[in-house]
Design a binder for this molecule. Structure first.
Ligand code: GCV
Length: 718
């Protein structure tokens, strides 16, 4: 340990001597900074990129050529000469066989048209060795151009390349929970990017940079409006505005989607019902959808939250979710649009475990949806908690395409200030094994369609993007947007490699910097789990705004919105019994998974209190009692944040001052809040367990009533 520290210190001193002093940056450029490449890479790259042959005869190809020009200019100081045909070794040839006939002659075996894939490979053209970025469709060329730039930004060799990329998932979506008044539900990065008031006339240049960032990851769809939908967004005035946004995003391969408020036929259509069985309602939607397509010919479709948390839906009329979804799907089908129908439904009135309700509601409907409907399922059965076991719906609906929804915004992981890299969380759920078709039936295989042969596939991330100069509210939260996009393209990528890429592109490629920042990132999400909701605890956050801990809260309008409903702590123990002796939610999983989760001895400790009510005296794998382990985990979480602060301080010479300062300040906030979470939760649970703080660990700084008295009436994100 000491030797490792000494080695790190020596590396750091060495870097201090050789590293150029980083100039201040505000984070606006995201991972597309294109800062000058150092030697020997610069010379090497220049030799491989002597000429740019990139015809620009469509809307998207110029975007690719412009990005390459911009990127190469930044990375290499000058962009290679533009030419119509290859005349030198080292030409970069970029296009489709249609735009560049020489690419057709090369018989490149490009990914199929419509697949959005591309190749990057070395070849010989007219006797010259060249580098080719080619695709069957223009959008593949743009994706390939970004890939090439990424290789350079992360200092990868360009010689003898043979890359072929095809996205694993068709719809790679951002969901903006943005309201028409520019507030953002659970958004912590300023206002909504969409300046509805100035649209359609004013196209903020940020829309283009937003599109570039998304295209660099392969994100190809955006839902502009909140799932808690406002029917006004479907009025012509707003459709015109959405059309202007669609026009700005189109060259970057991003299609626009909207949310549909189920009661819109009543609220803006003057009808007396929104019953999907009513002919007038069906006609209203048909006309509305046709109208949308007049404004936005390549409109993607509608995302719907229905009969959930107060939103209207088909059940208001005694109809099923399938009836509601199919009505909209029928209207969209002639235009090629899809319905993404959310499965996030639960009812307070139903006495059943909230975790079971989506499965109970939707599994009986498997096979009843039209073929342009996808069900959008959250990663876990409750609600984007710091750690949830995978949603039991994955694998349980073989005849209905399920897409996955994750949060990129950190509603439950510390808003914008806490450093929590979500790559490992996404990876965890994607790799989770549903066992629905034997071992290896991972969630990734469900959503990429390979497990059940889905014809349509999708994944959605609830965006963390706003008007903040750095887009995401904090520099490190950009990594979550990045990781989501990269995994949406290829769910098999590793979160750690993605972090490495991102750090290189965002902060720089100095090996010490990359290694140490990646280490911080990789432990950061587990730290949040530990100081907020260790051992499978969940939903302990404050009511309403969700800022900070409130495990004692048991009031409010709905029991299933209260922490006491979820942790069930009593004198005997703590945890939600979802085993066969409790709500039996485990039975919703395939038998091998149910057997593991349902058995106190076999359940992974990370999910222990999610599935079991466990005595305080229960002996854990560490040999400690459950109570002692709980206090240890809470403490461990805070300790990791303290370590991250120290590590970040040591990296100051390698990061520009402006970004370093902000991260350092946010880490200070995080340490303070992590301690608050720890102490408040321990103080409360101790009042129930009546057990002493384990020797060597600090008791909470304040008595329980101090934490209970804290109020945050204007906490953001409502
Ligand atoms: C859009 C959670 C959030 C809500 C959100 C809801 C959903 O309950 O707190 O703000 O509403 O999830 O996903 O629909």
């Amino acid at each position: 340990m000491a030797a490792e520290r000494a080695h790190r210190a020596i590396c750091l001193i060495f870097l201090l001597l050789v590293a150029p002093v980083a100039a201040a940056e505000d984070g606006y450029d995201l991972w597309l900074r294109y800062k000058p490449v150092e030697e020997p890479w610069a010379t090497r790259y220049r030799a491989t990129l002597t000429q740019l042959v990139a015809p620009a005869d469509s809307a998207t190809l110029p975007a690719a050529a412009t990005e390459l020009d911009r990127g190469l200019r930044g990375l290499l100081g000058t962009a290679p000469d533009r030419a119509d045909r290859v005349s030198r070794d080292g030409a970069l040839v970029v296009g489709t066989p249609r735009s560049l006939p020489v690419l057709a002659e090369l018989k490149l075996q490009l990914p199929a048209p419509g697949s959005q894939g591309y190749v990057i490979r070395s070849a010989t053209v007219d006797g010259h060795s060249v580098l080719i970025v080619a695709a069957a469709d223009d959008i593949g060329v743009l994706y390939g151009a970004f890939h090439l730039l990424r290789l350079m930004q992360t200092r990868q060799p360009l010689e003898r390349l043979e890359l072929r990329e095809v996205p694993a998932i068709q719809l790679r979506m951002l969901n903006h929970w943005d309201n028409l008044d520019r507030s953002v539900e659970r958004g912590y990065a300023g206002q909504s990017l969409w300046d509805w008031h100035k649209l359609p006339d004013y196209i903020d240049p940020r829309y283009i940079d937003y599109a570039r960032a998304n295209a660099s990851l392969g994100i190809n769809g955006t839902v502009l409006t909140n799932v808690n939908a406002n029917a006004v967004s479907l009025r012509p005035q707003y459709l015109q505005k959405a059309a202007a946004l669609a026009g700005a995003l189109r060259p970057y391969g991003i299609r626009v989607f909207l949310t549909a408020r189920f009661a819109a036929p009543m609220e803006i259509g003057g009808l007396r019902t929104a019953d999907p069985a009513d002919q007038a309602v069906r006609q209203w939607w048909e006309a509305k959808v046709a109208e949308i397509y007049r404004y936005i010919p390549d409109f993607g479709g509608l995302l719907v939250k229905a009969n959930s948390e107060g939103q209207p839906g088909p059940q208001d009329y005694g109809r099923s979710h399938a009836d509601g979804a199919n009505m909209l799907a029928a209207a969209l089908a002639p235009f090629g649009g899809v319905v993404m129908w959310r499965t996030f439904v639960y009812s307070n009135e139903r006495p059943d475990d909230r975790a079971k309700q989506a499965y109970n509601e939707f599994v009986p409907l498997d096979g009843q949806f039209r073929d342009n409907v996808l069900l959008q399922v959250k990663n876990g059965a409750i609600d984007f908690q710091p750690r949830e076991p995978f949603h039991p719906l994955f694998g349980a609906m073989p005849r209905t395409p399920l897409m996955m929804e994750v949060q990129i915004t950190k509603e439950y992981l510390g808003f914008a200030t806490h450093l929590a890299y979500l790559g490992p969380m996404y990876e965890e759920v994607l790799r989770a094994d549903t066992y629905r078709r034997g071992e290896g039936s991972t969630v990734a295989k469900v959503i990429d369609g390979s497990l059940h042969g889905y014809r349509r596939t999708g994944i959605a991330g609830v965006a963390n993007i706003g008007t903040d100069r750095n887009w995401s509210g904090s520099h490190f939260d950009q990594a979550n947007w990045y990781a989501f996009g990269r995994l949406a393209w290829n769910p098999a990528l590793s979160a750690e490699n993605i972090a490495r890429e991102w750090v290189g592109m965002t902060f720089g490629n100095a090996p010490t910097l990359v290694t140490r920042v990646v280490e911080m990132m990789m432990k950061s999400r587990q730290a949040v789990v530990d100081y907020m909701t260790p051992l499978g605890l969940h939903h302990l956050m404050a009511e309403g705004h969700h800022y900070g801990p409130q495990p004692w809260f048991g009031g409010g309008p709905r029991i299933d919105w209260t922490p006491v409903y979820f942790h069930r702590a009593d004198a005997r123990g703590i945890g939600f019994d979802r085993s066969a002796s409790g709500s039996n939610a485990v039975a919703q999983y395939a038998a091998p998974v149910a057997a593991r989760f349902g058995d106190l001895k076999r359940v992974p400790e990370d999910y222990l209190l999610w599935f079991h009510h466990v005595p305080w005296s229960y002996r854990m794998q560490s040999g400690r009692t459950l109570w002692d382990e709980l206090v240890h985990r809470y403490t461990r979480g805070v300790d990791v944040v303290r370590d991250m602060r120290k590590e970040w301080e040591e990296l100051a010479p390698l990061v520009d001052r402006e970004r370093h300062d902000q991260v350092a300040t946010f880490l200070r906030i995080q340490e303070h809040e992590a301690l608050w979470w720890r102490d408040a939760c321990i103080a409360y649970f101790q009042s129930i367990s009546q057990r002493p703080i384990p020797p060597g660990l600090q008791p909470p700084e304040h008595p329980l009533d101090y934490y209970q008295a804290l109020e945050f009436p204007y906490a953001p994100g409502h």
